[in-house]
Ligand binder design. Sequence first.
Ligand SMILES: [Zn+2]
Length: 655
Amino acid sequence: MEKADTILTGGIVVTMNRRFDIIADGALAIQGENIAAIGTSADIAARFQSDQVIDCTGQIIMPGLVNAHTHVPMTLLRGLADDLRLDVWLLGYMMPTEREFVTPEFCRLGTLLACAEMIRGGVTAFADMYYFESDIAQATSEAGLRGVLGQTVMKYPAPDAPSYDDSLAYCRQFIEKWRGHSLITPAVAPHAPYSNTDETMRRCVELATEYDVPLLTHLAETKLEVDDSLSEFGMSVITRMEQVGLFAAKVLAAHCVHIDQTEMHILHNHDATVAHNPTSNLKLASGIAPVTQMLKIGLTVGIGTDGTASNNDLDMFEEVRLTAILAKTDAGDPTALPARQALLMATRQGAEALFLGDITGSLEVGKRADVITMDDSPLHNTPHFQHDPNAIYSRIVYAGKSTDVQHVLCNGRLLMRDRQLLTVDEMTVRREASELARKIDHFLMQREQDILSKLLAIGGIRQSESFEVQVKAQLPDATTIQKLLTHPDVEVLKANHYRQYDTYFLFGDSTQGRVRYREDDRIGEDGEVESVRSRITFTTPTKEREFHSTILLSHSRFIADANQSLRFYREYFRPESERELHKDRQRWHLLYQGVLFYVNVDRILKPELDGVFLEIKSRTWSKSDSENKADRIQAMLGILGLDQNAVVSSDYLEL
Ligand SMILES: [Zn+2]
């Protein structure tokens, strides 16, 4: 009699090996980390003896599922912000929160939460991309799961690295520390081509090939990404990455939603693998990846949940089911991607996608004992039919649920028995995650109450405070201004012509201030637009003081280049109302009696307002200077033949 550390017996063994062997009354003997034998219950009982024999009657014994793409610590951000467009979600919520909260401790806790959830759902291996990946590795190995863990590299500052040089240095140390570990495969994870430069991509490839570790990245996730690549580089994302040399590494590419046949062949020729993330792609409206074609070409495709911020759970049973169902509708063919193939993608082929095919993904002697069992006869999986041996795959894929999982072993170690977690303290993790959620809530609620802090959260803001003496008046017509421009006391320094498209975001409480999105089109002499720039400005209510017919304004402004679309800011700020103001503006910088003034002549195009408006203003810094300038403005109004009756409100929105 041989000694086994654990024996699973009396279940239906679904091996997912190359012959897709199924053993009706089957058993598995485990020695150390490995599967020592697979056979009928009688065979195994005749050969092995063990102190730990687990009766699996009424259960299916199968390989643990492989989650081919996720971001485990994001479990802590689950449900933080949903039903938003990708840019608002990412730039408005995820990144500001991550900048504030992501620490090694955050990653440890988030990983434990994710591992507990994945163990409960029958996952034994996963591929991750995040920050502080060494802390993720520590927590993963404590939980006892197998992980291909990719340290993120981006051209932007990240929570764990102020520059990409720092992330690459961190990544090297991380690889040095964890390579050769029985559960952890360290990897390099350039976030995506659009969040990296060709240079950072190449350096990631060098690092990955130097240590022969996988390279994980996001490729061709959205149509926008592909369109941008086409317009910027004249080629698709995958083609360009081939040129950059990305595929010299062992690449696991997440998403690949928008790729054509040529690109599939490029991936295949380079032995790159794909992680298909159906829920995430559907939830973010990214599209449906052409998985059936990928499989036809022979690409290795695994299935992933993606991070919980875009899914929102790590349930691989849902993902496998959706993979099969979605492919059918996408192909217009119910025979496309049958249940067995979908399950294969989440087991043996999933392991191959993670470059772990030689050690896990199927129940075979000599492979690691990454095994799960699931209740074969819950109400939602009753009754059973025997005429078709493949019916078991339908039962697992179409009716099986993560809550059916009973026992989980990874690397020969029991992680869950009778649905009791053995390696993660579920109560503590829940409590700590809830405590952190309160802190994040507080941070977001404070931010949401205050327009300025929302603006500051997206970065790139300059503050400017100024005092101006200003008058606004109605001109009889646009030519009147010539009286001033040709006056002997006036020297014109500069003349410009603009068309300005302002959108004001107004909030219920007007003391909060308002946000203006301005597109400034500079118009050339020929009347054509010469240049366009967009800026976003936050103004607190101006303080005004009368000064003859002029007024003294004090402004406090926060200005940033608007590098996102108007739509982005609208969805991000969620104003109570909006006002549009379009105007044609002639602008002069002039000296009047040697003092600098800015003079604008505006025609309001939207809302349609009759008349031509004059604005004269100058920066000021002291009471005597203000009085001085107010006097000069008064004199200029005189030159133009304007009296007190022509003066209007300083704020166009009030006209
Ligand atoms: Zn992802």
